[in-house]
Design a protein around this ligand. Structure first.
Ligand code: C2O
Ligand code: CU
Length: 473
């Protein structure tokens, strides 16, 4: 009877290969469609379904960003971006972090509503992890969405050198068939001719004020990769902008995007648009249905966004990545599942109001930015209490936009009339336009502690545009 098993396997594989039912199979993306943008998955060492335990090590690693050239980058688990950590809503995530860099660092879990002790804010949640040191992050992920992780020590240098990675929290209750999913980590990097990293202080004060952008655009660590597509078949792109300063505005000729989600999961309802804008730190969940002749290529372009004085001057568009339409007949449009979500507007009738100004100090020496004229290193924390609702108004007094990020809590963006902007969504990063303001409402749920807020142009944050919010129990 020793042939029993192989015979069974042979029979079942013959059956699987049989053409029965093929005509009814739903159309699929071309074989290997996402190979060029595949992310390395973080290995889950815990067998329990509701626990994700991964090892994360930061060290300098030679990475081939430009073919044939080695670039020593600062990398998580030896590659750029860091590995994709995948969890489901309510899971416990344990990250065994090791610092093998020559500098101290921490890991911040951007957007996750975790306890302050796990937030990676040096001096507030934890001491810096020294070279050779380690730290165990242990938290629950309560909300579906795409998040990301990056250092919070010398962040412009450390994230700019390659330390960033995605954390995807999936909702098993989400409708199936939203679209074939890709996680896209957008960033940029500056390289010298020999492949080494550009000096992070390049451009001096002017570089700091503008925010340093690397001239190479990266999509999952690759320059201008190709995604294969079947015409007419929806793709779902979960995008994070992990660049330290660059605003990402994307466009595809003759195509529209359907944005279904943002920083904190799905929107109230989807919105269609010609372009998608992500400021540093923001995420977008978008549907794209590629159309074109078999064998043709669509260009997904980075389009300069006017974030203030000179930001679009003489800057050409750049092809960020491409979509290649397969040699297959176009698929029929599949109806989109219902994607509405009920988001209750926060009651702001008794809210505490706080007004902040984003500022730059005049004077000699290194440029100093701040909030209300005060740099982060000399600022006192704002004081709040668990259960309070606040309305923040963040005003811009500078000639550049600033993406404003609050740690630990989602907020609802308000219009000038004080009403939530529709469709409503939960956000943790919002653009503050030149000569304008951003307003948002936030409720401090029961997670007391010290939380940071700052401009996510990391050169600005490190120049002082950061502050703290202390939520008392
Ligand atoms: Cu992604 Cu304090 O930030
Ligand atoms: Cu800024």
């Amino acid at each position: 009877m020793q042939y029993e098993r192989p015979l069974f396997l042979l029979l079942s594989s013959l059956l699987a290969a049989a053409p029965i039912g093929c005509a009814a199979d739903p159309p699929s993306q071309p074989e290997g469609w996402d190979t060029e943008v595949a992310l390395r998955p973080a290995l889950d060492r815990d067998a329990r379904p509701e626990v994700v335990e991964v090892d994360l090590t930061a060290r300098v690693e030679e990475v081939e960003i430009v073919p044939g050239m080695k670039t020593p980058t600062w990398a998580y688990n030896g590659g750029l971006p860091g590995p994709l950590i995948r969890a489901r809503v309510g899971d416990r995530v344990i990250v065994n972090f090791r610092n093998e860099l020559s500098a101290p660092t921490t890991v911040h879990w951007h957007g996750v509503r975790l306890l302050a002790e796990m937030d990676g804010a040096p001096g507030h949640s934890q001491p810096e992890t020294p070279p050779g040191g380690s730290f165990t992050y242990d938290f629950v992920v309560p909300d579906a969405g795409l998040y990301w992780y990056h250092p919070h020590v010398d962040s412009a240098v450390q994230a700019g050198n390659g330390l960033y990675g995605p954390l995807l929290v999936e909702d098993p209750g989400e409708p199936a068939d939203i679209g074939d999913e890709l996680v896209l980590v957008l960033s940029d990097i500056g390289l010298r001719d020999d492949g080494t990293l550009v000096d992070p202080t390049v451009g001096g004060n002017l570089g700091t004020v503008f925010g340093r952008e690397g001239e190479l655009l990266l999509v999952n660590g690759r320059v201008n990769p190709v995604i294969e597509a079947r015409a007419g078949l929806r793709q779902r792109w979960r995008i994070v902008n992990a660049a330290k300063s660059r605003y990402y505005q994307l466009a595809i000729t003759d195509h529209r995007f359907l944005r279904i989600g943002g920083d904190g999961g799905l929107l109230e309802h989807p919105v269609a648009s010609d372009t998608i804008l992500l400021t540093p730190g923001e995420r977008a969940d978008v549907l794209v249905t590629p159309r074109g002749a078999p064998g043709s290529t669509l260009s997904v372009r980075w389009v300069p966004y006017d974030r203030g004085y000179g930001a679009t001057f003489a800057r050409p568009e750049v092809e960020a990545f491409r979509l290649r339409i397969a040699n297959e007949p176009a698929a029929e449009d599949e109806p989109l599942p219902e994607l509405s979500r009920t988001i209750e507007a926060l009651d702001t009738s008794a809210a505490t109001r706080v007004d902040l100004k984003l500022t730059q100090r005049e004077g000699p020496g290194d440029v100093v930015m701040g909030i209300n004229g005060v740099a982060s290193w000399e600022a006192d924390p704002l004081l709040a209490a668990v259960g309070e609702t606040w309305v923040w108004t963040v005003e811009n007094t500078m000639e550049f936009d600033h993406p404003f990020h609050l740690h630990g809590f989602f907020f609802q963006v308000l219009g000038a009339d004080g009403k939530p902007v529709r469709p409503m969504e939960w956000k943790d990063t919002v653009n503050v336009p030149v000569d304008g303001a951003a307003r948002f409402a936030v409720r401090y749920d029961n997670r007391p502690g010290m939380w940071m807020f700052h401009c996510h142009i990391l050169d600005h944050a490190e120049a002082g545009m950061m502050g703290m919010l202390q939520v008392m129990p």
